[in-house]
Ligand binder design. Structure first.
Ligand SMILES: Cc1ncc(COP(=O)(O)O)c(C=O)c1O
Length: 427
């Protein structure tokens, strides 16, 4: 194979060969948007919203489902519906989008950042057990990228200690555990429909639950406190966290494509994992045997630097080589929340409810060695749209990874300016 593209060699993939686009739409989506615009029903509780809410809840095997403004709000509403508030402790994984922990702060509770499993990057059940105190009220699990948390064991832990279980399924629409949809295992499931997600309306969120009382409470909380079906009789204090008919219409259109797209992504991911596993130094992510359909927000793998001897290089260099070879956004996984540029509890005065609380929400007090290693050393990730390509596209990925491993010494020669140029393409 020729030298690495990052030092001027021929790239594995021609720069004109485009990856599948995301988000995608069909002409019937455009027509529906026009129809909704012409109708006199634009806001909440409209026919498109309820059609979608019923269909998506059913898709995830949940008895009840409810749309809301976004995935962050979905977590906040879940916590409020479970009556979690000031000083309660909520266990969350240290590797996730900051919203999982930020929503806990937004209800004045304390996020307890907990380390993850090295081979799934999902919360470590042993670490959950070790973090439980008298003040723990709930555990939020995140089924991260294409992996799933150990649902069965974590449910047992929650049951034993009387804790609520919230599933953050922002990455996992259409994923199944033993044939049953995610979001149906915890007390409440939370989804995001932000643009990058596998089901999207630009922005948007969703809650699932099996419990009618929790559903009614979620309804009130997202709708200015109005009671379910009785408007003022059972009103509670809350704000407006609703979404619009256009968003619900787009979501219904996307839901019709979701199954086909999820199958394609899962099949391509399994194809990639099989081939990447044969490359020395590449560790594929663990797929739990209970997973009957994986849904990928990102595809990821790990580098075993013991097998790729290259002093001074990290996953970040490796990702930049893949950007140069493949022309896609290859990046390390999320920053650990104890050292994350977008998780800064001490920058908001609202969180200064007292000095003790202020101390407890300091993210630096948590140790997250596995998250640190994944972000800073071993993890490689890419957005799911690449998984919507052909088998030949997947072969390009395998070839680029193999080439980078084989020519790892050349990567050390890449000038800083070149690395910065490729970094700018991803940022
Ligand atoms: C794991 C996770 N949880 C929650 C969220 C928040 O969703 P939203 O951006 O819709 O607020 C995201 C968004 O990226 C996410 O990745």
């Amino acid at each position: 194979m020729s030298k690495l593209a990052i030092i001027g060699g021929k790239a594995v993939r021609d720069a004109n060969k485009l990856w599948p686009r995301w988000p995608i739409h069909e002409e019937r989506d455009v027509k529906l948007m026009a129809d909704i615009t012409r109708s006199d029903r634009w806001s909440y509780d409209g026919p498109h919203e309820w059609d979608f809410a019923r269909a998506f809840a059913q898709n995830q095997d949940a008895k009840h489902g409810l749309c809301c403004a976004n995935g962050t709000v979905a977590i906040q509403l879940a916590l409020e519906a479970l009556d979690i508030g000031a000083y309660d402790e909520v266990i969350v994984p240290g590797m996730t989008w900051q919203a999982t922990a930020a929503a806990v702060l937004d209800v004045n509770a304390v996020p307890i950042l907990t380390d993850v499993e090295p081979d799934t990057w999902c919360i470590d059940a042993d670490a959950i057990e070790a973090a439980i105190t008298k003040r723990t009220k709930a555990v939020i699990i995140v089924h991260l990228y294409g992996a799933m948390s150990d649902i069965a064991r974590i449910r047992r832990i929650c049951k034993k200690h009387g804790l609520y279980l919230i599933e953050d399924c922002a990455h996992q629409h259409g994923a199944f555990w033993k044939g049953k949809g995610v979001g149906s295992f915890g007390d409440i499931g939370c989804f995001s429909f932000q643009e990058s997600k596998v089901l999207s309306s630009g922005e948007g969120g969703f809650n699932t639950t099996q419990n009618k009382r929790l559903f009614e409470r979620l309804y009130s909380l997202r709708n200015c406190g109005r009671g379910w079906m009785d408007n003022m009789k059972h009103a509670v204090q809350s704000g407006n966290y609703r979404l619009t008919e256009w968003q619900a219409g787009m979501l219904m259109c996307g839901l019709k494509r979701l199954d086909r797209q999820t199958k394609l992504r899962d099949s391509n991911a399994q194809y990639l994992n099989k081939k990447l596993a044969k490359i020395p130094g590449i560790l594929v992510m663990r797929r739990r045997k209970e997973i009957t359909r994986a849904s990928y927000f990102n595809f990821a793998f790990r580098l075993d630097w013991k097998q790729i001897p290259a002093k001074g290089l990290t996953n970040s260099h490796f990702c930049l080589s893949l950007v140069a070879e493949l022309n896609g956004a290859w990046e390390p996984p999320y920053e650990p929340l104890n050292n994350c540029g977008l998780y800064k509890p001490h920058t908001k005065r609202r969180h200064k409810i007292d000095p003790n609380y202020w101390k407890q929400i300091n993210p630096k007090r948590f140790k997250l060695p596995v998250c640190k290693d994944a972000h800073g050393k071993s993890g490689v990730a890419v957005h799911h749209h690449v998984l919507m390509g052909t088998k030949s596209d997947m072969d390009d990925i395998v070839n680029a990874v193999a080439k980078t491993v084989e020519h790892i010494d050349e990567l050390k020669k890449a000038p800083k300016a070149t690395l910065d140029k490729y970094r700018a393409l991803v940022d």
